[in-house]
Write a protein that binds this ligand. Structure first.
Ligand code: DSN
Length: 402
């Protein structure tokens, strides 16, 4: 297989479709250049000034710049910028703070949590005893009273907060108060909303939580990777748990790209971008509801929307497939209380960071809502699919990926 041709094919696929996958974004060319740079040739096991290989004088400066940018952006005392991605970052935190079989609380996948927050198929639940909390089935909102009750019963050593498919603001301070009451550590996984926090649009958990993890490629619009932020007193434990605990040499090309992304996130342009993400998500949610499509929790405070398809005659998988045919790329998703399987659940997760990067605004969100509505109501109509596909083609030509 000619991989260069396949890369070109993927470039065309991205250009000719609209990604509404909440965890995806289009990294700017400066980030992609860093990822493809000579930095990938270098081995640097260890940390700046304490490496197991020679020749790291440049890499040390890059890693220190990334650490400084991460500390500054989130107001953190310490930053580890080596985690390969979100799951390894979370596993490193568990490795740092827990003993095998310790009790931990995390949000259930079916209610919006992440696999690494204790789902049964994840290594996290094999190594630790996870107690899973969820949202109030009536409101779709986190029920802090219930979380406190569970914490008092199970006395976890760590409470994980943060989500992958929860459309509402999370009160990290409340989580921290509950954790203190039961003498637990608290970890905030802000992977999805890090860009919104960086722009000051969401509560920043750094001052309340012992540890914060985030990926750098979602709303932060950087390279695939993650960082860990923590209080000074946990710094040595966290660093040791990342390397040599669960990782080998850092990916220096990615570290450089993380530094650029974290520096970019302090700019006025990035703040405007983050504000537009929220405006777009709210516009999309409102327009979907106006079309009669059920939006879990009745709206969004973030970049994502959870659609409940159960009142319609279509499953999450069927909707994902039909939408892909017209060039709208989404992912099927469980909704709170879902009785269907994760392989064909009752919902869709829609996110706007990528479309917002392309320059789309509220008017395009309303347009997209109308098009999505047509597809999910008539997924088998060739006429509808053809018509919508043409409209998506026009939007893609107007809003290019730069
Ligand atoms: N897979 C990511 C997401 O889509 O939310 C999280 O790891």
């Amino acid at each position: 297989m000619d991989i260069a041709r396949l890369i070109k094919a993927e470039e065309r696929r991205q250009a000719n479709t609209i990604s509404l996958i909440a965890s995806e974004n289009y990294a700017p060319s400066v980030i992609r250049a860093a990822v493809g740079s000579v930095l990938m040739n270098k081995y640097s096991e260890g940390y700046p000034g304490k490496r197991y290989y020679g020749g790291n004088e440049v890499v040390d400066k890059i890693e220190q710049a990334a650490q400084a940018a991460a500390r500054k952006l989130f107001g953190a005392e310490h930053a580890n910028v080596q985690p390969y991605s979100g799951t390894p970052a979370n596993l490193a935190v568990y490795n740092a703070l827990l003993d095998i079989d310790d009790t931990v609380m995390g949000m259930s996948l079916a209610h919006g949590g992440h696999l690494s927050h204790g789902h049964k198929v994840s290594f996290s639940s094999k190594a630790y005893k996870f107690v899973q909390y969820g949202v109030d089935p009536k409101t779709g909102l986190l029920d802090y009273g219930e979380i406190r009750k569970l914490a008092r019963i199970f006395k976890p050593k760590l409470i994980v907060c943060g989500a992958t498919a929860y459309p509402r603001a999370i009160d990290f301070k409340k989580f921290a108060v509950i954790a203190r009451e039961v003498e637990a550590y608290v970890l905030a996984d802000i992977s999805h909303i890090a860009g919104l926090i960086a722009a000051g649009l969401h509560q920043n958990p750094t001052k309340y939580c012992d540890v914060v993890t985030t990926t750098t490629h979602k709303t932060l619009r950087g390279p695939r990777g993650a960082i860990i932020l923590c209080k000074k007193e946990l710094a040595a434990k966290i660093d040791k748990a990342v390397f040599p605990g669960i990782q080998g040499g850092p990916h220096n090309n990615i570290t450089a790209a993380k530094a650029i992304c974290l520096q970019n996130a302090t700019t006025v342009a990035f703040k405007q971008y983050a504000r537009q993400i929220i405006k777009n998500a709210k516009a999309l949610a409102a327009a979907l509801e106006a079309e009669g499509i059920k939006v879990c929790s009745g709206g969004t405070d973030t970049h994502l929307i959870l659609v409940d398809l159960s009142p319609l005659k279509i499953t999450g998988q069927e909707a994902e497939t039909a939408l892909e045919k017209v060039g709208i790329v989404v992912n099927k998703n469980m909704i709170p209380g879902d009785i269907r399987s994760p392989l064909d659940p009752s919902g869709l997760r829609l996110g706007v960071p990528a479309a917002t990067t392309r320059g789309m605004r509220e008017a395009e969100m309303r347009k997209l809502a109308g098009l999505i509505n047509q597809v999910v109501r008539q997924p088998k109509s060739k006429v509808v699919l053809e018509r919508v596909k043409k409209e998506i083609g026009k939007l893609c030509k107007k809003f290019l990926i730069k």
